[in-house]
Write a protein that binds this ligand. Structure first.
Ligand code: GRF
Length: 217
């Protein structure tokens, strides 16, 4: 449950107090990051850690698509990356067991899905209960699942945005931690709108991790 004691209402960036998810330790929080593609969210997390804005360290990046730019970014940051190609596994559970194994082997305490484009199973969720967050390019619960930006354009909403939420079994349905609003402009294409949403993603994902690790600083 979220305590609403310190809600910021001064901008379109609305974030409640999420300290009750904190890991009470002075040690840097050991993160596992999961990404499928470009990895711009991976990049901003790595940068925020390097800038001392988040008391954490990235233990490993797991990526599922060979050639994902996220892996190149990890290499540039000196972060170990592991390719787990979901196409090599019989079913989602077997794939997730391997994900869990890699995360545990790397001593991961908290999992960040930063553009992870796979449905997850109970196998993964049970291994990291309340210790897994995702970034989604809409104001949930609107426009769950794939093509959230396109869904917003089709619905002709005037405001959309992005959400950081806990990962639960039902897709894009876990408890909401932080959201940021983004106006939809008359000439927007999915590319232009997604680009502006990503500017906000790059603010709220590091912010969520920072709040989660507040007890560590
Ligand atoms: C983001 O828009 C995120 O919300 C969605 O996938 C995209 C990943 O972007 N889940 P990037 O790979 O971090 O650049």
């Amino acid at each position: 449950m979220i305590h609403n004691s310190s809600i910021n209402t001064t901008s379109s960036l609305i974030y409640p107090d999420i300290y009750n998810y904190q890991v009470l330790s002075n040690q840097p929080l050991k993160l596992g990051i999961m990404a499928s593609g470009n990895g711009s969210n991976f990049e901003v997390i790595a940068q925020a850690i390097a800038d001392g804005k988040i008391n954490a360290q990235i233990q490993v990046l797991i990526y599922n698509n060979p050639g994902a730019k996220a892996a190149v970014r990890a290499e540039n940051w000196g972060v170990k990356s592991v390719l787990l190609n979901h196409r090599d596994y019989k079913n989602r559970e077997k794939f997730d067991s391997q994900v869990v194994q890699i995360l545990q082997q790397h001593d991961v305490e908290f999992v960040i899905m930063a553009g992870w484009m796979r449905l997850v199973t109970k196998v993964l969720i049970d291994a990291f209960p309340n210790r897994m967050i995702n970034i989604h390019p809409s104001l949930l619960p609107s426009f769950k699942g794939v093509q959230a930006v396109e869904q917003a354009l089709v619905a002709k909403v005037k405001i959309t945005g992005c959400t950081v939420h806990l990962v639960s079994l039902e897709v894009d349905s876990g408890e909401i931690l932080i959201q940021a609003a983004v106006p939809v402009l008359p000439d927007d294409t999915s590319e232009t709108l997604h680009a502006r949403i990503q500017v906000q993603e790059h603010r709220i994902l590091p912010m969520a991790i920072s709040l989660l690790t507040k007890g560590n600083s």
